[in-house]
Design a protein around this ligand. Sequence first.
Ligand code: SF4
Ligand code: SF4
Length: 293
Amino acid sequence: MKKRFWFLAAVGILVVALAAPAAFAAITGSGQEVEPQQDQVFFDQMFDWHQGWLDQAQKNSGVSPEQAKAWQEHFSYMRDFHAQNGFGPMGSMMDGEGLNGMMGSGGMVVLNEDDCMVEMARFFLDFTQKESCGKCTFCRLGTKHMLTILENITKGQGKPEDLELLLELAGDVKAGSLCGLGKTAPNPVLSTVKYFRDEYEAHIHEKRCPALMCKDLIAYYILPEKCERSCNACVGSCPVEAIFDNEDRIKVIDQKKCVKCDSCMVACPPQYKAVVKLSPPEAVAEYEKGKRS
Ligand code: SF4
Ligand code: SF4
């Protein structure tokens, strides 16, 4: 009995000893533990699979020529991007240093020009900040401080010195955290500042969200020249009754009432597309002035 216990204990220790380093290497994703060649093989296989899928889809007429062209351009871009920036572990976001960015594990987030990169960084940092166990001071307080700065920027309350402060804090949190969560938490910020610095600057200096995503930096507006029929679809969709007819019987949005829910934009029939988003919100006054003059 005793012999069997010690045998099982020895097997258990051996399994943990073999599995733990691999698990930690996968979690930290810091680059040192991962063989770059392995990642390149993985990415090459993935690109080949995508190419095979596209070739087959074209043969079966599963995609239009325009779609095929768009996919092909995207695949070529991704191949070039990874060739220049390195091949990271799964779930990583490349940031120019190769194996140095992580925005989650086991998933891929695809974004387009309608996604605000500052808001994305805020979203990911909000997640990691809540996940922090709080053991390391840099992770506990640093991510909180970074999150507050990002929240202010997305609300139009960013200050010119915020960008440098964010980068400084990001470096401190990475260096001062013990585990993979703290070490990778600032990566979405580092990556987005590196590749989309102009979006941060637009938020901070112009109080404008180029992707028209940050609620505090946008306003909804009805283009009178497009709302010719005044079909009323938007009026019924508005949860706060913010849309009304002005004295010229033109649909107008009461900006004080509007909660920026997007319903009117969705409700407006595609043949009219009369509801638009403007940023900064002050652009509405300029539009209206332009219509009057
Ligand atoms: S965005 Fe929402 S709240 Fe604002 S006017 Fe449109 S429907 Fe109403
Ligand atoms: S749904 Fe569009 S077209 Fe219809 S009234 Fe509203 S803004 Fe005008």
